[in-house]
Write a protein that binds this ligand. Sequence first.
Ligand code: M6R
Length: 609
Amino acid sequence: MCGIVGYIGKSNAVPVLIDGLKKLEYRGYDSAGVCIFDGCKLTVTKCKGRLSNLEDKIKDDPISGNLGIGHTRWATHGQPSDVNSHPHTNKDMTIGVVHNGIIENYLKIKEWLMSLGYEFETETDTEVVPHLIDYFYDGDLVQAVMKAVDKLEGSYALGIICKNEPDKIVAVRKDSPLIVGLGKGENFIASDIPAILSYTRDVYLLDNREIAILTKDDIKIITQEGLPVNKEIFHVTWDAQSAEKGGYEHFMIKEIHEQPKAIKDTMTSRIMADCDDIKLDNITLTKEQLKNIDKIYIVACGTAYHAGMVGKYVIEKLARIPVEVDIASEFRYRDPILNEKTLMIVVSQSGETADTLAALKQAKESGSRVIAITNVVGSSVAREADDVLYTWAGPEIAVASTKAYVTQLIAMYIIALYLARLNETITIEEYREIRDEMLTLPEKAQIVLNQKEELQKFAASNYMHKDIYYIGRGLDFAVALEGSLKLKEISYIHSDAYAAGELKHGSIALIEKGIPVIALATQSQVYDKMVSNIKEVVSRGAKVIGFAYEGNCEIEKTVNQTVYIPKTLDILAPVLLVIPLQLLAYYTAVEKGCDVDKPRNLAKSVTVE
Ligand code: M6R
């Protein structure tokens, strides 16, 4: 989703902003722009399309200056166009603003400002902000910003500069992420760490309703009421290279290959061979508290929701606590039953997904306890939850989530085992069996990665299809949903996943001669039933690629092509099974020539509703 970068210092701001915006490209955008103070005036250069268009525009009409703000926009209010691109300014071009989020009451503010004679050029919600600051401005930018944000409803991360006060950037956030980077003789703002990681590793993570005032030598943070805030510096431990492609053609394929390490890192120091304890430093839920919990909600969006579906199966199976899985955007509006007996587990790679964050807040307001599974240290979700279980996947740049998903699965197993041990619903022998098998997953994931040929073959002969279906039962169905999402989001092929036993209740009508069906068959309890379901689609002309455990040659009799994964415990199969599905989606998108890392219409971090 939209990206923000701001710079104040001794260097030319333009290359710093462009470089930072490039690092945020993965978030998804449709236009870009910068606003630069050149020593006497603010100049805005912005346009629709890729950053390269903006670079060409700046080449044709060069600008430079030591103060600037930049933005990549993902359109919400008003179509992607030059005029709707950020930054936006007031009429006399003395105030420049970049914004992430949605100003929900912008129409009311706009009408009011128009009644005072203000004129608007764009269809955006953001344009009210520079005009509102202009309205309140009487020589003190910080005061004007404080008064303006007081009128705003919705979510915002704002970067603001003013021609009359060119010694500062003012930044403020509410429900949309924003960080401040500490440099030497220069300082930065950004919506995400990679944007400024080439310049500094020391950052402040702004909290809701905090205002940062940056000069080149100083950073002051205050509340929206003007009270000083003492913030700890957050030191980023991963380096800029982890956010680079490292020789791979795309981030997505690099991240797929990083999965064995990500799985291992997420387990490290939590579950260990020959140790019967699960060590969860950031989870403080006690046996007594757990006794009081009668229901768990897992709430998330997209891929994280699919990880939640696996979580439901394994928590119910191991810990014997009823679990409901909810899509966050549905959960928040369906009047869910939440109280102090409810435990909510929110799952979010970015930790900034607006709907997930809203569900979390709702749970907390109702007295429920919240555990967050997230990949981003210090993210909003991590800060708002009672307990956090970090996935150690490292930065995930490709819009299509891969390594975050498998580490979310690992986190789910860890939580399920932890709850099961507290609840005494598994024996120590059962725990040891699962633990020992989990510790083999990194190695087995590597074996899966080494067998790509069958998937490349499938992609090469099926990329031209308009529809591809996925079927599975039990945990295989949960993985089928994720495989199908992966394929549709990066290859734009229409795809759906079905619980195989449900096919004959309607969806089998879609099966016709030659249609590719991806059939997942790892779950032993329903294996025979799954084979029958495969036969049902084969007999209606489907071309089936079956996924099963090594050694199960039986399946070859029923399907057209087979992909094997190493044998593991059925409950752990999703970790290995999803990898060939990610590869299959990847190779199919590459065959089609799609923009794999930045699929159309999608954003990496969905910070608006
Ligand atoms: O950052 P989050 O995990 O909260 O994001 C949730 C979804 O937006 C995300 O998983 C999305 O579905 C991905 N594009 C899937 O690949």
